[in-house]
Design a protein around this ligand. Structure first.
Ligand SMILES: [Zn+2]
Length: 360
């Protein structure tokens, strides 16, 4: 997840303490997600990351018009928060080329957000330029960006070509501040919160510090990512309990890849530890370029299926939720665009059931 493969010049080390990553200013302008009944709510928010985290890590490159169509279909299925793309150089990530055009092809809907990943100042400048050319539109093309850091120096080095976590945070702080000044919401990601493909097991205390730093930059929510998909439920629990010591749980989200088949179990663990926002990817799109064999995010269909008729309800725009059957159709459709089958287990199960019923 959250990879940009961008080459960037290292910045001078900022004013960070060596053991923690305190930002020089503490910006708290956008509060956490609001729930009807605060922490007691069992309403789960799903952040659909297929069009960005998913497609970015697929081998196939999808045309701009199909990407817009994917997002429109996801909104029609009830998705309320869809990550629409990334403002990163297409030289480094060809899959994300044309994110500006993708945004312009989206049918805007009140209450639906389309965050875009902005890895650096240049990306933010490109986004702000696009927004200024559409400043007369009644609804902005987007009102939210996502920024990301990693919980290991080795992953930071491979992904951002910066030597340390502290350097990457120093570079993100002005990006977050500028976005907040323009009235944008800022969401944070922390990659490799359990295992790093280069340096192994990650210390939960480091995850805690990076998460706190992103929160202090003004992120309304920080998504904790098992980028390589190796985490097990007890490891997820350990990280969450550590991070919760300093960041309220309603400002956290869970982001689990499914390489070792534990993503749905990790989602359920995160929910039982108070997390109410889960990142998921339709059709299980995605992978991780730094971790051979890594699969995509937990499939949206699999999360919807696991939570159906449970103590939890999923927030969405179709009868108050996200429609599982429509999501299954989208998962198959976009997988076919990539020349393969859907890898969502629920998606495959629903399709098999439909075919069986047709024969009867
Ligand atoms: Zn991811």
């Amino acid at each position: 997840m959250s990879t940009i493969r961008a080459c960037s010049r290292p910045l001078r080390p900022g004013s960070f303490a060596s053991s923690t990553f305190r930002t020089s200013t503490s910006i708290q302008r956008s509060g956490p997600r609001k729930y009807g009944t605060a922490a007691a709510s069992n309403v789960v928010n799903i952040v659909e990351v297929g069009p960005r985290d998913g497609l970015q890590n697929e081998k196939g490159v999808i045309p701009v018009s199909v990407k817009s169509e994917l997002i429109n279909r996801l909104v029609d299925a009830g998705a309320l928060l869809v990550e629409a793309g990334s403002f990163v150089s297409p030289k480094w990530v060809p899959q994300m080329a044309g994110t500006g055009e993708v945004l312009q092809g989206i049918r805007q809907k009140p209450g639906v957000h389309f965050p875009v990943l902005v890895p650096n100042q240049k990306g933010l400048e490109n986004l702000l330029e696009l927004l200024s050319t559409h400043s007369n539109s009644p609804v902005p093309l987007t009102d939210e960006i996502a920024i990301f850091a990693a919980a290991s120096d080795a992953f930071t080095k491979a992904n951002l070509n910066l030597a340390t976590i502290a350097e990457s945070l120093a570079r993100l702080e002005p990006v977050a501040r500028a976005a907040l000044d323009k009235g944008l919401r800022v969401r944070g990601y922390v990659s490799v919160v359990v295992h790093c493909p280069f340096s192994g097991k990650v210390d939960p205390k480091v995850v805690k510090d990076v998460t706190a730093a992103l929160r202090n930059m003004g992120c309304y929510e920080v998504s904790l990512g098992d980028t390589v998909g190796r985490a097990r439920p007890h490891e997820v629990a350990e990280v969450l309990e550590e991070v919760k010591k300093v960041v309220p749980v309603n400002m956290l989200a869970g982001h689990f890849h499914d390489t070792f088949g534990t993503a749905v179990a990790n989602v359920m663990t995160a929910l039982s530890h108070g997390i109410r926002t889960i990142d998921a990817s339709v059709g299980g799109l995605g992978g991780c370029p730094y971790s051979p064999g890594a699969t995509g995010n937990v499939a949206t269909e699999d999360v919807l299926y696991a939570l159906k008729d449970s103590e939890y309800s999923v927030a969405g725009g179709v009868n108050g939720t996200i429609d599982l059957d429509k999501m299954v159709n989208i998962g198959w459709w976009i997988s076919e665009q990539l020349g393969r089958e859907s890898i969502s287990r629920a998606g495959r199960g629903v399709k098999a059931r439909r075919e069986r019923e047709k024969k009867q």
